[in-house]
Each structure stands twice: as structure tokens, then as C-alpha cells.
Ligand binder design. Sequence first.
Ligand SMILES: [Zn+2]
Length: 145
Amino acid sequence: MSTWDDNSGTTETSTFNALPQPRPSRLSTPHWDGCKEGQLVAQQCQTCLQYAFPPQSFCPHCISDSLEWQICSGKGRIYSFTEIHRGQTPAFETPYIAAIIALDEGWHMLSNIVACSAEELSIDQPVTVTFIERGESMIPCFMPT
Ligand SMILES: [Zn+2]
């Protein structure tokens, strides 16, 4: 048994040998369904036109409940990034890059940057979404444009 299992604090020890899977909720299912179709979708408030992400019941900007799912461009810029050398579990292949992406539509998303090294990246660099298969889901990640 690895130290990960000793410190897990969960009874789901099998999850420590596999990458975590998305567990879509009533709110987030449209986002994950979009990913399966190769589309990055997010809620846009029909009152103030700002985006809400992660999925919300009410607009975090104006409290309107008039949120509609929109297909986004999948294009953005690197707001911040870091290189991870110790994964959350042994299932994570290291190093990998965690990043906050500022989407062109004005919302931010925590994701991973793939197919490059941290040395190739810089703040404000343009990136484009790509979808990585994980189990039955597609995970939205980003690549330099
Ligand atoms: Zn709003």
C-alpha cells in the first residue's frame, strides 16, 4: 500500500490508481455533453451578457436566473500557469501544467495545458481548447495556438 492510500481519507481507494473522472451534476451536464461533441460551452447571462463558469443556478454578476448555454470559441490566453511535479495521486503523469485560461468570451477556466513544456509558455500567450479522452468523458485542455 502506498503512502497515498494511507493518507487518502476516503474509502474509494480504487480511485487512487486511476485519474479522477468527471461526475456531471444536473447543472454541469450540458458542459460535459458539449465536451463530448468537441465544443466548449458555458452559461451566458441573458440579462447582463456575462458568462458564468463553473455552472451556476444564478448569474454571479447580476443574480439573474436567465442563464443560457452558449458554444464558446475555445480560444483564450494564459492568465496563469504552474508546472506540477507531484500529482494528486500516483495516477497523474508528471510533470504536467495546470493553468487558468482567460477565454475570449471573458470567463476564466482552470485547466491543463498539454502537448508542450512549461518552458514554452508565457503569461498572455494565446491557446486553443483541445479535448482529451478520459474514460467515458472528454476533458477540456488547452494547447498553444
Ligand atoms: Zn447577469
